[in-house]
Design a protein around this ligand. Structure first.
Ligand SMILES: Cc1cc2nc3c(=O)[nH]c(=O)nc-3n(C[C@H](O)[C@H](O)[C@H](O)COP(=O)(O)OP(=O)(O)OC[C@H]3O[C@@H](n4cnc5c(N)ncnc54)[C@H](O)[C@@H]3O)c2cc1C
Ligand code: SF4
Length: 521
């Protein structure tokens, strides 16, 4: 049995990167096992045949950018790779409101208790607002609609984990040209660039203007001796007398190769779906951790995500794919709309066609002729882009947090049990309707046409291994330690016991900072 590590951390998103960094800084020998790749800019998905998707049941074949799960009534999207959800997220790094901690959490977790940990995350993620000379058209559309509706005082710039050059602006010649991105070395010694509004935040930023975990917490962990192993899919954990054995499959040349490592402590940080699935398998399939609480899988939340496309007349030019994916927000966390609590944000998404073209043409030989042809072609594609006049409104809110993750069989795969979700929207309908009502108003007031999606989708899955006061109402205690299993911790979005109602990464990061602090002190 190997004795190389003090702590094994499973997953490298907000929970995993933060705990790896802080535990390594405290002198622990840390191993991080991450199922996804270690992405380089040149490998970001751009073309049709690129590695877009991560298929968690066949990771040896599909270990791409985004893990999309289709459950009955709910589509869930999560990141995969060293850096987890930070690779594909929209960089909104915002605290939860203090009221969110007033019920449903163990008494030790309060807003004031989390403040110093929030501050650590804010510093490491280098959070700031978009400079006033760089507001996007989407930002201005939201601000204008809010003013017209009398909600002007609710509108605000959101804190973003992005690097901006205050001198950059849309009036520069060829503003989106990568030559306008200024490179610099960040406090963790990594080279980054400043934002030139390419709008590809969710698909990987070519100029490294996004302050992702693989550019801050993870390099810091590695500088302190942590080892990060990408393409390692953890299957289960079992106690072995002196700690735990972690059993994984290494993804190698299209095959899965079984392996294991041992450590005294284990921190699960595989996200709401990942950590819950691993613990469900340990309790119900492999029976290696049979004493885990019966509330495992319960209180899952979609954080009331509501994405609504909104079409504007030709020529309105919303330019949804230019600029940071999200930069403005409209707050309704005070319950003034039908007693519901939520936030609305301007959501963009990348221009896939233009990306693909840039990717192809970028590699062709440079001469004056190819330059002119390339420029014409790009402009043609851009001008004919039917999505230029499309706005997407994102809502996030406080839903009933009453979903349940469990291992179930499907008739066409009756021999194996997969992670499944029971999701009944009825108790969350009010907040969903309130968000949609505001989406409608924002659209109407500026002459748009809203086309609500027929399915619910979330990019903010939370819960499954909720924090609680005891074994009967929680999977982990306020320190993140699993009830019944000493030195086994969970530190990610799965421990959040109820919806946060805003973008959750900063709260997850702050909780992970606290878990790491309590492990080391
Ligand atoms: C498109 C998109 C946009 C978003 N925008 C924002 C935003 O602007 N602001 C915000 O706050 N949040 C945003 N989010 C949500 C945010 O990314 C998540 O809330 C956050 O990343 C969750 O952190 P986590 O540590 O719980 O899990 P993750 O960050 O998802 O990390 C879990 C990691 O564990 C790995 N893993 C899973 N299973 C295993 C296994 N069995 N073995 C080994 N490794 C495993 C995964 O590959 C992943 O890297 C967005 C999400 C998406 C998808
Ligand atoms: S808008 Fe473009 S340059 Fe700015 S962070 Fe997003 S992808 Fe990077």
């Amino acid at each position: 049995m190997s004795k190389k590590f003090d702590v094994i951390i499973i997953g490298s998103g907000f929970g995993g990167a933060v705990t790896a960094c802080r535990l390594a800084e405290a002198g622990a020998k840390v191993l991080v096992l991450e199922r996804g790749r270690r992405w380089q800019v040149k490998d970001y998905p751009r073309q049709a045949g690129d590695a877009w998707l991560y298929e968690h049941t066949y990771p040896q074949k599909f270990n791409g950018w985004l893990d999309l799960r289709i459950y009955k009534g709910m589509l869930v999207a999560v990141g995969a790779g060293v850096g987890g959800g930070s690779l594909c997220y929209s960089s909104v790094v915002v605290k939860a409101t203090s009221q969110r901690f007033e019920e449903g959490w163990p008494p030790e977790i309060t807003y004031d208790e989390l403040l110093p940990y929030y501050e650590k995350v804010r510093t490491m993620m280098n959070v700031r607002e978009i400079p006033s000379g760089q507001y996007t058209k989407r930002y201005k559309l939201l601000r204008q609609a809010a003013k017209k509706l009398g909600y002007g005082d609710r509108f605000k710039s959101l804190p973003l984990a992005l690097s901006f050059d205050p001198e950059w602006n849309y009036d520069l010649p060829d503003p989106l040209n990568s030559n306008n991105s200024k490179t610099y070395i960040n406090p963790q010694g990594q080279e980054q660039g400043t934002c030139i509004h390419l709008g590809n935040c969710d698909l990987g930023c070519e100029v490294k203007a996004k302050n992702t975990l693989d550019l801050n917490y993870i390099p810091r962990a590695e500088q302190k001796g942590a080892e990060v192993r990408p393409l390692h899919m953890v299957r289960y954990i079992e106690p072995d007398g002196q700690g735990y054995r972690v059993i994984f499959d290494r993804i190698e040349d299209g095959r899965l190769v079984r392996g294991e490592e041992h450590s005294e402590k284990v921190v699960l940080a595989a996200g709401s779906l990942g950590s819950t699935e691993i613990l469900l398998r340990c309790r119900d399939q492999y029976k290696t951790l049979p004493k885990i609480s019966k509330v495992l899988g319960h209180n899952w939340s979609a954080n009331a995500n509501v994405l609504t496309p909104d079409f504007y007349p030709q020529g309105s030019q919303v330019e949804q794919s230019i600029g940071p994916t999200i930069s403005g927000g409209l707050e309704f966390m005070d319950g003034s709309i039908d007693g519901q609590r939520f936030i609305i944000e301007d959501d963009g998404f990348p221009n896939l066609l233009l990306n693909a073209l840039n990717d192809k043409l970028g590699s062709s030989e440079s001469s004056l002729l190819t330059f002119v042809l390339r420029d014409r072609l790009k402009r043609g594609v851009d001008e004919k882009n039917p999505l230029k006049n499309l706005m997407v409104w994102l809502g996030a809110g406080v839903d009933a947090s009453d979903g349940q993750l469990f291992l179930g069989r499907q008739w066409f795969k009756f021999w194996k049990r997969d992670l499944q979700l029971k999701w009944d929207p009825s108790r969350s309908q009010k907040v969903i309707d309130s968000i949609l009502k505001i989406h409608h108003k924002l659209s109407e007031v500026n002459g748009g046409k809203l086309e609500p999606l027929p399915v619910m989708a979330t990019v903010h899955p939370l819960g499954g291994c909720k924090m609680g006061n005891n074994f009967n109402d929680g999977v982990v205690n306020h320190c993140g330690e699993v009830f019944g299993y000493q030195n086994l911790y969970v530190a990610d979005g799965s421990i959040v016991p109820k919806a946060i109602g805003r973008n959750p990464s900063m709260t997850i990061g702050a909780l992970a900072e606290r878990v790491a602090h309590l492990i080391t002190n």
